[in-house]
Design a binder for this molecule. Structure first.
Ligand code: ADP
Length: 283
């Protein structure tokens, strides 16, 4: 399968793409990771990209297209891949479609990872990486014991260079202006699937797999000419009335539903679950 992951910075595209890679073998192709590697290796491209990335702006379309073309030409991408952070504007979407067309390929699905704005901000401003273990943590959401464990192991909680408040604001602004319009683009192509991306990573992953029609252990056969595009198109038609972005209205609806009187035992069970998952629901 060839999948495009859409969503604001902090929506969890990378985390979920890694899960899909692990379970189904489609490589995660992240332009952010490829660029960060180039910066770390101080390649000419990396040196050029660093200042742009630190400001939260987009690196030139030609540079990222070159990186993508090189990456999808690798043998491990022959039976599919997950694009994480690409395309990020209309020009890149066109470039991608042309690059795929040259290979006789198409996108099978575009998944929007949907997260309300306030949660995105906390995820981004609170994100830290343990210098010792490499574990990605969050000062607002991670259990204090995990944060402590990093320090006890002699690690430091490091912040990504572009995770400071000013740059985050700009990244979200760039997303709204340039990337969010792609949601309409993929909806019109009948490829869009929207996944509520708040809560436990595992629950989000379940919803993502369901949206893609994937089951663990069942490696989908290569789909040279997109067997499932037709099905997705039919589904997409039904969805056209749905708002383009933000699952805020859906989240509210969910809460309202929960408070309606239901069978007593269900309520008790839910209350217990709710307590345990209060932290997760804020993620
Ligand atoms: P996030 O989506 O969390 O902001 P990424 O790791 O995807 O982070 O990207 C980090 C930075 O890398 C972006 O802010 C941008 O500067 C650059 N970048 C990543 N992907 C692209 C792309 N497709 N086009 C242009 N720049 C990109």
């Amino acid at each position: 399968m060839r999948i495009v992951m859409l969503g604001a910075p902090g929506s969890g595209k990378g985390t979920q793409a890694q899960r899909l890679q692990k379970d189904f073998g489609f490589p995660q192709v992240s332009t952010g990771d490829l660029l960060r590697r180039a910066v770390a290796d101080q390649t000419p491209l990396g040196l050029q990209a660093k200042a742009v990335m630190d400001a939260g702006n987009l690196v030139s379309d030609d540079i990222v297209l070159g990186m993508i073309e090189e990456r999808i030409a690798q043998p491990d991408a022959a039976r599919g891949f997950i694009l994480d952070g690409y395309p990020r504007n209309s020009k890149q979407a066109q470039d991608l479609e042309a690059a795929l067309r040259r290979r006789g390929w198409k996108i099978d699905a575009a998944v929007l990872m949907d997260v309300p704005f306030d949660i995105l901000m906390k995820r981004l401003t609170g994100r830290r990486t343990c210098s010792r273990t490499g574990q990605v943590l969050n000062i607002y959401f991670s259990p204090p014991a995990e944060l402590e464990a990093c320090k006890r192991a002699g690690g430091e909680l490091l912040q990504r260079a572009d995770d400071n408040e000013t740059t985050i604001g700009n990244r979200l602004h760039v997303y709204e202006g340039q990337t969010a319009p792609l949601i309409t683009h993929y909806r019109e192509l009948g490829l869009l699937e929207t996944v509520g991306a708040t809560g436990e990573v595992e629950d989000v992953y379940g919803r993502l797999k369901a949206a893609l029609g994937l089951q663990k252990g069942k490696k989908p056969a290569p789909t040279p000419q997109n067997k499932n595009v037709g099905t997705r198109k039919k589904k997409a038609k039904k969805k056209t009335a749905r708002p383009a972005r933000s699952n805020a209205p859906r989240a509210v609806k969910k809460k309202a539903k929960r408070s309606t009187p239901k069978k007593a035992h269900k309520k008790t069970k839910r209350a217990a679950k709710k307590k345990g998952r209060a932290r997760a629901n804020k993620r």
